[in-house]
Design a protein around this ligand. Structure first.
Ligand SMILES: C[S@@+](CC[C@H](N)C(=O)[O-])C[C@H]1O[C@@H](n2cnc3c(N)ncnc32)[C@H](O)[C@@H]1O
Length: 332
């Protein structure tokens, strides 16, 4: 019953504040397409599900980047999907189909080569059940690419959100409270331009509502993400991290920063002594240091069964071999 109430409230929020933008005039967002391209080898001809595609700004970014792949976008917010339909039409994306469906409801009756789900799992009433539902829609060699809030960088925002929701419980006006508490939300919080062309540091109503009014939010560190994904997948790799004003890719096999957007040991630890100590650690502990030092606001993770590694770039294969999030745990 509580689960149904949460589902209803989350859907209502996105009906009121379609994310990332109610406007099809806003440019497609390319961060997910870039992240997927850096994680997967060859997606030509692939069938890809965007689970919780919202207003489709990232879905259209994907469809334009991978014109030879076919995309299905699902969301339970009809208003968000209406924006997505306009955006798909505007950009002439013949490789996109939209369906009004809920994650966790009736299966779609189709399996995919890849599933994208950015900013969605942490709003589900039962995230592990949502992961299982998604895993059931993948071919055996299919990959899931998800983006999650990171618990360390989001700690204070989560407290502010709780405060707003508590106060709003008596006044009923969360938007006014956000203004009064001066909690305007910067779209550069996750290091990437969110939705609006040209300006990167503005208070965006959809992002602000998503940040402070969402009835249901979880946040993960690398270890708890491994637990979340480990029931259904053999391996999971932290592929990218976001922090206010910045974003980078993770390569546990090479900390020189040589790869595209790769985070270097020198960036994490400018001082020689901590840097040498970091470089001497095993890869899993290096990942742990990375999240403790950077305190990311979000991160992307790629996961799958063993055959899915054949679809991935060498960086992801190295990550799965050396610092599999599913295999973490132990002496934390
Ligand atoms: C923060 S938005 C992310 C939108 C898009 N993936 C992006 O990254 O720009 C979360 C989206 O997930 C959708 N969503 C949340 N729970 C869902 C569920 N159980 N089934 C389908 N969609 C859901 C919401 O309607 C909303 O559009």
């Amino acid at each position: 019953m509580a689960e149904q109430t949460y589902l209803h409230d989350v859907r209502e929020l996105y009906e009121r504040f379609p994310y990332p933008s109610p406007s099809p005039a806003i440019d497609p967002v390319l961060d997910t397409a870039l992240g997927l391209d850096l994680a997967c080898e060859d997606l030509d001809g692939a069938e890809i599900l965007d689970a919780g595609c919202g207003t489709g700004h990232r879905l259209v970014g994907l469809a334009l980047t991978f014109p030879d792949s076919r995309f299905v976008g699902i969301d339970f917010s009809a208003r968000s999907l209406a924006v997505a339909a306009e955006l798909v039409e505007k950009h002439g994306c013949h490789n996109v189909t939209l369906r009004h469906r809920a994650i966790g409801a009736e299966p779609l009756g189709h399996r995919f080569d890849a599933i994208i789900s950015t900013g969605v799992l942490h709003h589900l009433p039962d995230p592990p059940a949502g992961v299982t539902w998604l895993a059931g829609h993948l071919h055996p060699d299919g990959v899931l690419y998800a983006w999650l809030y990171h618990a360390y960088g989001e700690f204070h925002r989560m407290l502010d959100r709780r405060l707003v929701r508590l106060l709003a419980g008596s006044t009923g006006d969360g938007e006014q409270l956000i203004q009064d508490l001066e909690l305007a939300f910067s779209t550069s919080r996750y290091g990437t331009r969110s939705s609006r062309a040209g300006d990167s540091d503005i208070a965006d109503p959809a992002a602000t509502a998503d940040a402070y009014l969402n009835p249901l939010v979880a946040a993960y560190d690398f270890e708890t993400a491994g637990t979340l994904l480990g029931r259904d997948f053999a391996w999971a790799v932290a592929t990218g991290v976001n922090w206010p004003g910045g974003a980078g890719t993770v390569d546990v096999a090479d900390w020189t920063g040589a790869g595209y957007g790769a985070i270097s040991a020198a960036q994490l630890f400018p001082q020689p002594h901590p840097r040498a100590a970091f470089l001497a650690l095993p890869p899993r502990d290096q990942l742990r240091c990375l999240e403790l030092a950077l305190r990311p606001t979000g991160f992307s993770v790629v996961c799958g069964a063993d055959p899915a590694l054949s679809r991935c770039t060498d960086r992801i294969r190295q990550g799965a071999a050396r610092a599999n999030l599913v295999a973490t745990g132990g002496d934390r």
